[in-house]
Every structure is written in structure tokens, then in C-alpha cells.
Write a protein that binds this ligand. Sequence first.
Ligand code: ATP
Ligand code: MN
Length: 464
Amino acid sequence: MEDIKRKTISALLSEGAENAGKIVDVKGWVRTRRGNKNVQFVALNDGSTINNLQIVFDLSKFTEEDLKPITTGSSIHVQGELVASQGKGQSVEVQARELEIYGTAPVDYPLQKKGHTLEFLREKAHLRPRTNTFGAVLRIRHALAYAIHKFFNDKGFFYFHTPLITASDCEGAGAQFQVTTLPLENLPVGEDGKIDYSEDFFGKMASLTVSGQLEGELGATALGLIYTFGPTFRAENSNTQRHLSEFWMIEPEMAFYEIADNMDLAEEFIKYCINYALEHCKDDIQFLNDHFDKELIERLKFVVENDFVRLPYTEGVKILEESGRKFEFPVYWGVDLASEHERFLVEEHFKKPVILTDYPKEIKAFYMKLNDDGKTVRAMDVLFPKIGEIIGGSQREENYDKLTKRIEELGLTGMDWYLDTRKYGTVPHSGFGLGFERLVLFVTGMQNIRDVIPFPRYPKNCEY
Ligand code: ATP
Ligand code: MN
């Protein structure tokens, strides 16, 4: 083969006919091969785009024997002339001159035909990135991750790394996975009959983080505007379509932001990300719209173009009580709203995303700022159609005495380092957490959160 620089299929297709007549070099995986005794057509995909490049093999130049290893799933390297295509659906194709087979794929290749169910593909999660659907989802996932960094960077936020292993058991956001090097079959026991953690790796009990927020606050009360974007672990036994045991979370934390600033930022942020995907992932979103969710693009545009409703919890409960609807779980002031309640407000009552604020303090975390009524806190949950809660956030309690009192009420210990932010130069500040996979779920229109991360972890499942 000649020494020609390889181009991605994405580049070749977008440059189109301007390269016609040139010899190009392409590599990829074969989706299909069809044709007759005179000519064979191979649909080649290299992962750079959902679109395939058509390679034409003239059987006066290649023998049937040459082409035999070119099966669905095989990998090949081709050089040939780029020509304008007569076929519909593509601007250019390649007339093959040289062929190198990297690897054929035997007939037991699991992704032979199109249209496998998502359940089937979940069993083949090691190969599913090669399908159109997962290729699209994973490219969109990438674009959203990039958009998130760009959004915050352009606004002057600093990317702040919070620890994944933590000894603080007060995060309170969910059940934690313990991290230990103690021998589980022979645990050291102290005189009180309890496990002696002084012999453990860190000399105390440690676990994987369920949220970087508390450490994020240390960053915000020094650097001003920070965000985290990292893995988060929750050992909740919730087998739902919206929960993973390992997921990625984005947690901005802002000094001098009050709750209204926090809401403005959350709304602007989500809209920015959705817009970015609409602009940069057109083909992938169109594919998902056509194959899985006919209202996807419409829904994304609707969310971007409309103001989110801002509604106090107390009013939300009133709407639910007066709706006349029979819910599975009862509604009353003080209840932690269930997904059916959130979805009623968003999908049926307002038909728009809703930011619910000022929740009863009992159902929210200890660090949220107490309102003057003494009963509610400055929390804000952003509720989305089909997803339910996509963001949870609040203005933080910055008053040292009030926060200390709440920590004591709840019997939390080991919080001195956290309280120091309030003891020394305290400032009003706010922040929120966005579950990255819930955003990807919304933008892709997928139904199940296990289908928007390459290697999902959930109860009784830890493959690869
Ligand atoms: P939920 O009530 O849906 O379990 P939460 O109240 O536990 O959510 P937070 O602790 O506020 O959620 O976490 C912030 C964000 O992280 C949520 O708004 C959601 O987008 C996301 N999130 C929370 N738990 C999970 C999970 N198990 N898997 C994926 N994303 C999650
Ligand atoms: Mn939860």
C-alpha cells in the first residue's frame, strides 16, 4: 500500500465531492457487504460518525476469494479513488484499489443483523459500542462532557478535583461502598467487640464518595467559582431506569450566589448543554429520533426555548392535592415527593421543566440554608419530563451557629473541617449536582440509564 495519511469517514463525508478524484486511505469495520458477480458494495464504519462510507469492489480487480474475509464485523484497510456517488444517501464513495484485511469476523459475531433489542445488547455490552445506537449515544455523551467543561471554563469557573475515597460519612446523599484492605474473613476486633479500623489501610473507616459537594465548598470558598466532574458511587439497591451504582456527577459550587442565582445558572447550564448537542450531534440525534423516540428533537427544542417554571414545594403539594388524581403514594405537606408526583407536575400540569424550591427541612440535607419560616430550606430540584429529578441543589447555610445546631440535632460528627468554612470568613454560597447520565438520557431519548454509559454498574452487575 502507498503511504497515504488515513482520513476518518466523518472527515471524508463532510468534505464530500471536493476530494473527488483523490486516492484516499480508509480503515474501519464492515457493517454489510452485498452485490453481484461484477461488483460488491461494502458499508464501512469507523466510529467517527453514524454514517457509513460505501466501498465499491470491482470484481475484475478483486477475486471472490479476496473478498471472502469481508464479513459483517470484520476490519479492513482500503485505498482507492474517491468518487461522487450515484447511490442515494451518500455524497461520495470509494472505488477500491488496494485491500488489506486486518481481521475477519466469523459467523458467530453477535451483531450480525440490525435491530437487536436494547436488552440483547446489554448482554453484549462489550461489543455494543459498535452498533449504530451505541455509537450515537457515546458520541453524544462525549459532546456533552466537552460542552460542560466549555460552559464552565468560559464563565470563569475552575475545575476542582474532589476525592473519590473519603472518610467523611456525612455526605448523606446515599449509601456508601466501603473501601478496605482488612481481611474480610478474619477482621481485627477491638476490646469493645467492634471492628478495629486503626488496622485498616487509612487507619479509619473509608468509603467511595457519594458526592463531592462538601469538599467542593472548600474550593468555592477559596477560588470563588468551581465545578467538579467526576465519578460518584452509591450503594443503593434501587433497580430503576434512572439509577446507577457508579455514575458521573457535575457539581458547581459558587461563592456569593444566592438561591435565585443558583437557579439561573442551572437553567442556563442545562440549556447550553442541550443546545450544544443539537448543534454538534445532528446526525446522531436524528438517528435516535427516527429509531427510538419520534418526539426527541421536538422535546429538546421545547426545553431550550421555554422558561422553566419556578415553584415553591408548598404550592406544588397544593397542586397535587387539588388535582383529584389518585397517586400510588399519598401526597401531603412534608412528604418526599415520589417520581409520579414530580412527573405529574412536569408532564401534565405545567408541561415544562419545573424548579421546585423551599422544601421542608426534614427531607433535605443538613447543609441547606434555613428560611425565615424555620420550616423550609432553600433547596431547588430541577424536574424534567421523562427523567424526573435531573438536578438537586441549594443555597448552603453559611451561619456558623445555625449549621452547628443542625449538625448536632442530627448527631453528625467529624465535621470541624467543614464548619471552618463558616467559622473563618463565611460567605453566602450555593451549588447543585447534575447527574451526567440523566442529562445524557434526556438528550438521547433513551429509556434506561444503563444504556447511556459504556459499562453500567448496578446491583448484581459488574461486568468487564
Ligand atoms: P434521586 O431522588 O433521583 O435518587 P437524589 O435526590 O438521590 O436523586 P442527589 O443526591 O441530589 O440525588 O444527587 C444529585 C443528582 O445526581 C440527581 O439530581 C441526579 O441527577 C443524580 N443522581 C442521583 N443518584 C443517582 C444514581 N443512583 N444514578 C444516576 N444519577 C443519580
Ligand atoms: Mn437517590
